[in-house]
Design a protein around this ligand. Structure first.
Ligand code: C2O
Length: 478
């Protein structure tokens, strides 16, 4: 098997051959009917899709849809391996289409590294995804209208603080489903979109934050049901997959889960001939020996020397999380920053001794809402302190919360999303923000949520999000 070499899209010429051929292949795949497993619409549905209403006579049979559609794994330790396999088969389909159209062999998916601080332009969409036309003058299928306003004109997709790579410092792949560290790759369990889930650190940022950055309130990238209809999706995910390789390589102690429950889990796809294939996670751990092998042009470590060594000690000693403070009752987050005070249990001491190893986590649990997208910055401060003295502790993407376009033909929103009510749970490491002189300052803590506002030249503020609800916020020590 030839090894496909994935390269940085921002190091290619604006219309490098790889991008011209990607565009031509996408156009070809978009022409194929959804009954064909290699059609663009079918491939996007493999990730996720709105509920199909009305006549479904022109869709694949229900049994086939159940087996192959709406399969994306989010908020679990299968997030990385599932998307790796999905991308590799999609890449094979595009590559064989390129060849059928008379293009070169060995086409590989470029990746979009949004976190290169030395090159701010990488936080905008690559030109080939914004131009109206291909170099030959034909319409460009890589540009779609269903994006945040301004993004197709070259506006920044995300701020530099919204795509930080702190996740690479996380020592464990595997997180805990009930709190005390969500891990680099996420907690155990199978979970398609819509379950109450807890996101791993890479999945939260930069993976999650880029989605609403590109999609805005209503665009395709903001919702799992439509995300893979935007051709940039696949370059974004190639970068996320690359960061998994970077993480494994940066320290010998960074290893994938050894558990059979992870290694033996299998997922089904179609190959470029439209034939069903099924693979276990274990076959895809190493890109060089995977069934469809691939590699990246750059897997150097952007966080070299910037991580806290103590995290590895924590990883071998961590304990069950204990609650330090929390909110009481659900919270409503609407426009403008919202400040929320966390309460200690009556009688608890104002300070907690810090043992030098434990980590303090802020759990933001049970986020729900309808037509909510966007990213929310989270700050910590103390009662009585001015807002200028707050510390940014993380960014929470509302990717996966509710489908903007889940409306019927008359524009009425459907409020059921199958058996599950959409709900997100995030966890942030806030140790550095509350640690001082051997104690953790936990009395009078204030959490502030501020939506990352998007503006554009003509319209000013351009977000139309509705409020979101948070069931509970907890500060824990583990
Ligand atoms: Cu399954 Cu970035 O989405």
């Amino acid at each position: 098997m030839p090894v496909r070499r994935r390269v940085d899209v921002w190091r290619l010429a604006p219309w490098d051959d790889a991008l011209v051929w990607y565009a031509k292949a996408i156009r070809e795949l978009q022409r194929k009917p959804v009954l064909n497993p290699i059609s663009f619409e079918y491939q996007a549905a493999v990730h996720d899709r709105m509920r199909d209403s009305g006549s479904t006579g022109n869709l694949p049979p229900v049994s086939e849809r159940d087996a192959f559609w709406r399969q994306c794994q989010h908020g679990t330790w299968f997030f990385l391996p599932w998307h790796r396999m999905y991308l590799a088969y999609f890449e094979q389909i595009v590559a064989s289409t390129v060849e059928r159209l008379g293009g070169p062999g060995g086409w590989a998916l470029p990746y979009w590294n949004v976190s290169d601080l030395a090159r701010p332009e990488t936080r905008t969409l690559p030109c080939a995804f914004r131009e109206e036309r291909l170099p030959d003058g034909s319409p460009n299928p890589l540009r779609i209208d269903q994006r945040a306003r301004g993004v197709n004109d070259g506006d920044e997709v995300v701020g530099r603080g919204d795509v930080s790579l702190d996740c690479l410092c996380e020592p464990d792949f595997q997180g805990r489903a009930s709190g005390g560290g969500t891990g680099f790759g996420g907690p155990p369990g199978l979970s398609h979109v819509g379950n109450p889930v807890r996101f791993g650190r890479l999945e939260t940022m930069p993976h999650g934050t880029v989605h609403p950055g590109v999609g805005g309130t209503f665009g395709h990238m903001s919702y799992p049901q439509t995300a893979a209809l935007d051709p940039i999706f696949f370059l974004h995910h190639a970068n996320i997959d690359r960061l998994w390789v970077v993480w494994r390589r940066r320290d010998a102690r960074n290893v994938d889960p050894p558990d059979r429950a992870w290694l033996d889990q299998a997922f089904a796809f179609h190959d470029a001939n439209g034939q069903p294939v099924r693979h276990a996670v274990s076959e895809w751990e190493d890109p060089a020996t995977a069934p469809l092998p691939f590699e990246y042009d750059d897997v150097s470590d952007p966080m070299a020397g910037q991580c806290d060594e103590g995290l590895f000690t924590w990883a071998t000693t961590r304990r069950t999380p204990v609650d330090l403070a929390s909110t009481t009752g659900p919270l409503r987050i609407a426009d403008g920053p919202v400040r929320i005070e966390l309460r200690r249990a009556p009688g608890d001491a104002a300070e907690v001794k810090y043992d030098g190893i434990s980590r303090a986590f802020l759990d933001v649990e049970g986020i729900t809402g309808h037509r909510v997208s966007g990213n929310y910055r989270v700050f910590l401060s103390y009662v009585g302190k001015p807002p200028s003295e707050q510390t940014l502790v993380g960014v929470l993407p509302m990717f996966g919360l509710s489908p903007a376009a889940d409306d019927d033909d008359r524009g009425h929103a459907h409020h059921q999303f199958g058996p599950h009510r959409m709900s997100l749970t995030y966890e942030l490491d806030v140790t550095g923000a509350i640690r001082c002189d051997g104690v953790l300052a936990v009395e009078g803590l204030v959490v502030t949520f501020a939506r990352v506002a998007r503006r554009d030249r003509e319209h000013g503020r351009v977000d139309d999000d509705e409020p979101l609800w948070i069931e509970r916020i907890r500060l824990t020590l583990a």
